[in-house]
Every structure is written in structure tokens, then in C-alpha cells.
Design a protein around this ligand. Structure first.
Ligand code: UDP
Ligand code: MG
Length: 330
């Protein structure tokens, strides 16, 4: 089983040599041919590209580096690394030495035991409490509740994935943290593993509180795509029907009042608002229909199935099996 280690790098020149050494040490028990290390330089403005060049020259058996043309963001850098990875297992990790490569062998063991995703959990997180740990706790609770996939630490990059569960998942925005939720939606078996976490020694964090807002917006997108990308008419149409029912309820109330108390229907402010609600309801249903057409174009133009297969069982004569096809897509 081959392992690809993918590491996004943005201005981490001081960390890289030490990190590389740590990784070589942690993975030395593995046979040479069975692992590769892919650094993705995300348009660093410091010496990172030069440092990477040296690391690749010193360790050509395992190490490669992709240099992106500009800073595209951590998620895009990760996507580039995954696209170039050849392993059956892909492990993502930060370049800042806050994650510890010594946890990798344990993750591989758990993948071996049949799990599709091993999700690192920084049980003793070494970051500022108010600005990092607290917002992250709230975010983890929210993501867990909304997606129904309960993990302690979505934000921890150190996670291992069996390749098939990543296939067909395109990463946008800040979405790399939602990979486990997506993987769960295509039927992956997920397990959590407490991992070590160290304070940042060199360089500084690239993120502040603004990321929280992006993560929230991505959560809405991911929830929608996971739950409704096949049937957008359900949420839109459902909302439309509820709005139309509310509007009809108000109109009935006005009519009854007219009959019993001779109060004018048209003069009531409820009348115009109920009309507005009715129009909104129809609009919402129409939006759902348009989305339905889009979804068909999306799935059928790219031949994306709406289901996923874990394995096909065949008799001994017809050896070979079809591996998990990833179906519904983000
Ligand atoms: N990173 C990146 N592109 C960016 C920002 C960050 O590739 O635009 C990398 C960064 O070098 C590090 C990882 O993503 O390896 C996580 O970044 P950081 O440690 O700053 O985030 P934090 O751990 O503070 O959430
Ligand atoms: Mg970090």
C-alpha cells in the first residue's frame, strides 16, 4: 500500500529542513518504494522554493515539490498535491511543524484495519485560546451538527484518506476541512485519532478570525451539496410550498373576518404581505426547477453517477474487483 504525504507550504522556509528530517525519521521503517512526499509551494515570498529545491536534490527517492505560480490558498495547494499524488493512501499535513509526523505510522495502521479516513484530533492544542481554540470548538460543534458527522477537530490538517474517498471531490474555498464530511456522504468509514500538537516555533500563522466567516459560508455550501445536490427541488420546493400555505392561511383568515365582521380584506396590511409571500413561494419552486436542470447537466455531462460502490464481488474465475467508484460529487 503506497503512501503519499501532501504538504502545503506558504512562507515556511525555517520549518522545512527540520520538518523534512522529522518525516524521514518517522517513515524510515517503511520500505523505500512505498511512500512519497509532495511539497506544494503556494507562491511563497520567502526562501521556501529554494529550500525545497535543496530538499528534493538531497532526497530524490521520496521528495518532490510543486511550485504554484502565485498564492492560491491552502485548499488549492492541497488540491494540487492530491492531483499529483500516486499513493493509495493520502495523508495531509501542515508544514509548520505543529503536526507531528511521528503520528503517521499509527494512522497507516488504522487505515490497514479497514478505515477509509483517519481524522487527526489535536487533543492538546497548542494555540491561543481566545482567538483560535474557542472559535474552532464552536466551528467543530456547528459542522458536526449540520453535517451529522461528529468529529472533534475538523480544522486539524493531519488526516489520512484512502484514495477512493477523495476521487470526484473538487476542493474550493476553504473546503479541505470538509473532506471527512464529504467522505462520509459517499459511505467512508471514519475514525478519530488523537495526535500530538506543538506550538509554532518559526514563521507565523496565515489566518485570523476572518477565516471563520469563510468556513461558515463553505459549511452552507457543503451541506447543500451533500444533502441536495441530486434533488435541489426538495429544499427549494419545500420552502415554496410552505410559503404558499402560509399565504393561503392568511388569506383565509382575512376572508373569514370579512364574512363575520365585515372588515375590508384589501385594506389590511396582511393582504399585500400574503400576496408577497405567495409570489415568493412560487419563485422558490421555480428556482428549484432551474436547479434541477442544472444538476442534470452537471451529473450527466461529466458522467457522474449518483451512487457509490465499495466493491464488486465476483466468482474466482472472474478475478479482479471494481474499487469504490465515487458517486455524487461536490
Ligand atoms: N498555507 C498555504 N497557503 C496559504 C496559507 C497557508 O499553503 O495561503 C499552508 C501553511 O504553510 C501551513 C498550512 O497551510 O503549512 C496551515 O497554515 P497555518 O499554520 O498558517 O494555519 P493554522 O495552523 O494557524 O491554522
Ligand atoms: Mg499551523
Amino acid at each position: 500500500m503506497k503512501l503519499s504525504l501532501v504538504i502545503p507550504v506558504y512562507n515556511e522556509s525555517e520549518n522545512l529542513p527540520l520538518l523534512h528530517e522529522q518525516i524521514l525519521q518517522a517513515l524510515s521503517p517503511l520500505a523505500d518504494q512505498t511512500w512519497e512526499l509532495i511539497f506544494v509551494d503556494d507562491g511563497s515570498t520567502d526562501q521556501s522554493p529554494e529550500v525545497l529545491e535543496k530538499l528534493v536534490q538531497n532526497d530524490p527517492t521520496h521528495t518532490t515539490a510543486l511550485l504554484l505560480r502565485r498564492n492560491f490558498g491552502q485548499t488549492a495547494a492541497i488540491a494540487a498535491g492530491i492531483d499529483h499524488a500516486s499513493g493509495e493512501v493520502i495523508i495531509l499535513m501542515d508544514a509548520d511543524m505543529q503536526n507531528d509526523p511521528a503520528d503517521i505510522p499509527r494512522m497507516l495502521e488504522m487505515i490497514d484495519q479497514g478505515h477509509d479516513v483517519v481524522s487527526g484530533w489535536r487533543e492538546n492544542r497548542q494555540d491561543a485560546f481566545l482567538t483560535r481554540v474557542l472559535p474552532s470548538r464552536i466551528a467543530n460543534w456547528l459542522i458536526s451538527t449540520v453535517t451529522g458527522v461528529h468529529l472533534h477537530d475538523y480544522g486539524c490538517t493531519l488526516k489520512a484518506y484512502r484514495r477512493e474517498v477523495l476521487a470526484g471531490f473538487r476542493l474550493y474555498g476553504e473546503m479541505h476541512r470538509f473532506i471527512p464530511a464529504y467522505a462520509h456522504s459517499v459511505g467512508a468509514r471514519i475514525v478519530e485519532l488523537p495526535v500530538r500538537h506543538h506550538p509554532r516555533r518559526f514563521g507565523k500563522t496565515k489566518y485570523g478570525l476572518t477565516r471563520t466567516i469563510k468556513v461558515l459560508l463553505d459549511l452552507i455550501t457543503v451541506k447543500f451539496l451533500i444533502s441536495y445536490s441530486n434533488k435541489p427541488i426538495y429544499p427549494f420546493g419545500g420552502m415554496g410550498i410552505v410559503l404558499i400555505l402560509i399565504s393561503m392561511g392568511i388569506l383565509t383568515f382575512l376572508l373569514v373576518r370579512r364574512v363575520l365582521f365585515r372588515t375590508s380584506v384589501v385594506d389590511s396590511p396582511f393582504f399585500s404581505s400574503s400576496l408577497m409571500v405567495m409570489i415568493l413561494g412560487f419563485q422558490s419552486i421555480l428556482l428549484g426547477l432551474i436547479a434541477e436542470m442544472q444538476v442534470r447537466t452537471y451529473h450527466e455531462s461529466q458522467k457522474k453517477p449518483t451512487y457509490t460502490i465499495r466493491k464488486q464481488l465476483k466468482s474466482a474465475q472472474e478475478a479482479g474487483s471494481i474499487d469504490a467508484h465515487s458517486g455524487h460529487n461536490l
